[in-house]
Design a protein around this ligand. Sequence first.
Ligand SMILES: Cc1cc2nc3c(=O)[nH]c(=O)nc-3n(C[C@H](O)[C@H](O)[C@H](O)COP(=O)(O)O)c2cc1C
Length: 384
Amino acid sequence: MAALDDCYNIADIRRAAKRRLPKSLFEFIDRATEDELAMRNNREGFERWRVMPRAPLDVSKRDLSTTLFGKPMGMPMAIAPTGAAGLMWYEAELCLARAAKAAGIPYTMATGSMVAFERVAKEVGGRLWFQLYVWPDRQITYDLVRRVADAGAEVLQVTVDTPVAPNREYNTRNGFGLPFRPTVANVTDISLHPRWLLGTLLKYLLDGGMPKLRNHPAEFNDASTRAAIAPRLTLSDSVDLPEIRRLRAIFPGKLLVKGIMHPDDAVACMEAGADGVVVSNHGGRNLDAAMATIDALPGIAQAIGGRGTIILDSGIRRGLDIMKALALGANAVQTGRATLWAAAAGGEPGVTRALDLFRHELSTAMANSGARTIGDISADLLVR
Ligand SMILES: Cc1cc2nc3c(=O)[nH]c(=O)nc-3n(C[C@H](O)[C@H](O)[C@H](O)COP(=O)(O)O)c2cc1C
């Protein structure tokens, strides 16, 4: 696939996704909330940290592997949950899971997915994690948790940073939402992107109709009607610590609370039985004044003090970003947009390309900083 071979970094992959996707879909994955300060600030947070490299050293044998929850990882990263991934590429969830498995890293499936968790487990396997949005109807929520546990979900990431829908004006302007609102502008836009129209939408239409939210109970899974936004299954604005304890009691695997930015909340989640936290501001998509995750990380790492697993996301675009996050206390990072742009640009080979770029860049960053192993990456490599 020539276009992918011409992608030398994640920014190139983003441009390839932009070319293939209708504007409404591209903006849905690419943009953030309100004035997009938090998204920019995530990047600036990484850029403020500089490396004080160590040399001379023999760095000819470098090892990017690590362990997470006692299991080996090809490199210290996972794929973050991104809802509606299957709109970007036909059954993108399978592509993301396959590429992750081949790279020896976990794939986190979002609640809002176009392929059911059970199907990914059956057809791909690998280390499968599941992201949960707690619904107002707790019974349906707990049924879903039991379903994914039975299907072999290793980790449940409970997202707590989206109690209400954030202001994303571009989606409204683009008619992008549930149900989809056809306008002259977006129908024209779709017809101007035939690779997406034929390669994605038409495939669904030939394969039983409009894409559906396959983790939802059947009566709520039609994304093209109002069924999918039934009040019982919208966002819940009452997810609190007792709820984390209840989920802890239901889910037998590892539990991560996603969207933690305050050290006290990290500690409280650990005390409620979580195995760790995901330091995340949702890629700057929710609260526009949210601090950069890389700035929140040191305080959380100090508060948890090695008692739990820390994963960081929001703004990871380069291998160097991974190294900086590990140096400041993360056990691993996860990528949202980077791997989703990649799926949109080229399906499984696209995601494989993105993961290869991250691996190569991390290896280069480590060599040039004097780190041979993931364990060599520590805070004294960094300066502000
Ligand atoms: C298109 C898109 C959809 C997302 N959907 C979800 C979701 O359903 N659940 C969730 O917890 N996070 C979701 N996220 C947030 C990601 O899991 C992750 O926190 C964020 O993308 C990380 O920032 P990055 O995109 O800069 O890597 C989504 C992000 C994007 C870009």
